[in-house]
Write a protein that binds this ligand. Structure first.
Ligand SMILES: O[C@H]1[C@H](O)[C@@H](O)[C@H](O)[C@@H](O)[C@H]1O
Ligand SMILES: [Fe+2]
Ligand SMILES: [Fe+2]
Length: 328
């Protein structure tokens, strides 16, 4: 027990509190990323072994003092998040996704390096996220540094974390200035019934595909085990960044591309919906995505990262896995 004999001045109390909160954060992070280390390499794709032993202890509260991904909480922020999902669920249709993929697949808008894009992301605000109001570059670095700490030898995972949300530049005018509902938020397949594992599922009722008999059955236009590569997923930052990485000839492994492409597909990777569309390869890659997801979600905190300090490391990874200038 501690006995306080003197009332500390306000400044030093504020400092103490800050220190305490950063210690707690440190603890939460340490406790939050307990994933068994192993020497598995990505090419061996033995993440399964790694995940099944996963002793993961997730932190319970986000930096607003609330549960992570609590879409039913009663507060102002949730109201705007819900409005975001209403628009997203009404406007994402199979036809829209097809048009977007074709249009953005041309990669004829901008030429720049990966790091330049990281810096651009600071201009971007994500209205779908109930857990984050820090600049996006902090989120990239926080998730990359957290996964690097637990998987020091898997440098491909560090870079994957750094770039996974870069597709959010679609919100910027030079990338077409798409509306939030066409860029962020959880993703889901089009061309088959909307599963109840989607958050705020009720708003799909107003989506024109909902009443189309070709699209509103369990399989819709797909078949059992057809593979996610053949499924049209709602358009946004995931699929765009996947296209950018792939078409610019990244040497990142397939698991990295899978993570980038499906990291917002919570209805599948967290809620377990739509599994009937997966093939064997998806099942293997999903193990890595699940590892990644913990770091993506639970590293969101107020703990700042010294950008200049870590920048040289990430520049070396970018150089290893990407050409200098790439097409966006
Ligand atoms: O609000 C979040 C955020 O926008 C993430 O970047 C995305 O990956 C999530 O799935 C989404 O729900
Ligand atoms: Fe994301
Ligand atoms: Fe993210």
């Amino acid at each position: 027990m501690t006995i306080l004999i003197e009332q500390p001045d306000l400044d030093s109390r504020a400092e103490d509190l800050q220190k305490l909160s950063s210690d707690i954060n440190e603890l939460v992070l340490d406790g939050g990323f307990v994933v068994p280390k192993s020497s598995v390499s990505c090419n061996g794709l033995e993440a399964e072994e790694l995940v099944s032993n996963n002793a993961f202890l997730a932190p319970e509260i986000n930096s607003f003092g609330r549960l992570f991904r609590d879409y039913d909480a009663e507060n102002e922020r949730q109201k705007s998040v819900e409005e975001f999902y209403r628009l997203q669920h009404i406007n994402q249709t199979l036809d829209f996704v097809k048009r977007m993929r074709e249009e953005y697949g041309k990669l004829n808008r901008v030429e720049m390096s990966i790091w330049e894009c990281c810096e651009l992301l600071n201009e971007v605000v994500d209205e779908s996220d109930p857990d984050l109001d820090e600049p996006q570059i902090m989120h990239l670095l926080q998730s990359a540094e957290a996964i690097r700490k637990d998987y020091p030898d898997e440098d491909w995972l560090h870079l994957t974390a750094l770039i996974h949300d870069l597709g959010k530049v679609l919100l910027l005018p030079s990338f077409g200035g798409l509306p939030q509902w066409a860029v962020v938020g959880d993703t889901f397949p089009l061309g088959c019934a909307f599963d109840e594992s989607n958050v705020h599922h009720k708003y799909f009722k107003e989506n024109p595909d909902h009443s189309n008999p070709a699209y509103n059955t369990k399989y819709g236009i797909y078949s059992e085990g057809c593979g996610l590569d053949n499924v049209m997923i709602s358009w946004g930052h995931d699929d765009y960044m996947y296209l950018v990485a792939k078409e610019n000839g990244t040497t990142l492994p397939p698991a990295a591309l899978f993570i980038i492409r499906y990291h917002s597909f919570y209805p599948l990777h967290t809620a377990g919906g739509y599994k009937h569309l997966m093939n064997e390869e998806d099942t293997k890659n999903l193990q890595w995505l699940r590892v990644f997801n913990k770091y993506d979600l639970y590293s969101k905190s107020k703990e700042p990262i010294d950008v200049e300090k870590v920048k040289p490391y990430y520049l070396s990874l970018i150089e290893k896995y990407f050409p200098q200038k790439i097409r966006w």
